[in-house]
Design a protein around this ligand. Structure first.
Ligand code: DLZ
Length: 160
């Protein structure tokens, strides 16, 4: 299913007392900041709305999406962190850089989750142009940050 059929901000997740005990880390890429910071802010707001204490939501930035896996690993290795949300936006350019970054980033983030046994969420947009990214960072298709934050909480509920 594509985001043409699902609004990324739509959520059915109810607040839960369990969420008050959680600490969630966000790793946010500084590339395309108007997109990634909008996703990060939406994710943080969502987590707090659902009951995660504001002082237990930790945000760290990295230079680009390629750096998300390693920084996510550092964060996931922290004992007090229950889940990590990796947020980035890779926009297709004229060279094959896009393919290399997307592949490394997606595989790296998945590996970190498997290695640390903690939810490490792929909150990365991979789009053909900037408008598609803006549409998914609070625009007409909703906000991928909310989808990523909801996924983190759902995975922690499942793990519990
Ligand atoms: C170099 C680069 C390019 C061309 N495009 C993006 C992008 O669209 N989104 C993104 O998050 N990062 C980009 N980067 C930076 C790389 O992710 C990485 O930070 C550098 O290659 C240094 O390792």
């Amino acid at each position: 299913m594509s985001t043409a059929n699902k609004n990324l901000s739509q959520t059915s997740l109810e607040s839960n007392e369990f969420f008050q005990s959680l600490s969630i880390g966000l790793v946010v890429s500084e590339w395309n900041p108007e997109v990634t910071f909008a996703m990060s802010e939406a994710a943080v707001t969502f987590l707090i709305q659902k009951g995660v204490p504001a002082n237990q939501v930790l945000v760290q930035t990295v230079p680009g999406s390629f750096e998300l896996p390693l920084a996510s690993k550092w964060m996931a290795e922290q004992k007090n962190i229950h889940a990590v949300i990796a947020i980035g936006c890779v926009i297709q350019g004229e060279t094959r850089h896009f393919d290399f970054i997307c592949e490394a980033c997606a595989n790296g983030i998945m590996q970190v989750g498997l290695q640390t046994n903690k939810p490490v969420i792929f909150g990365v947009l991979t789009t053909q142009n900037q408008q598609q990214a803006i549409d998914r960072a609070g625009g007409k298709h909703g906000n991928k940050g909310i989808e990523a934050a909801e996924t983190a909480l759902k995975m922690l509920l499942l793990q519990k």
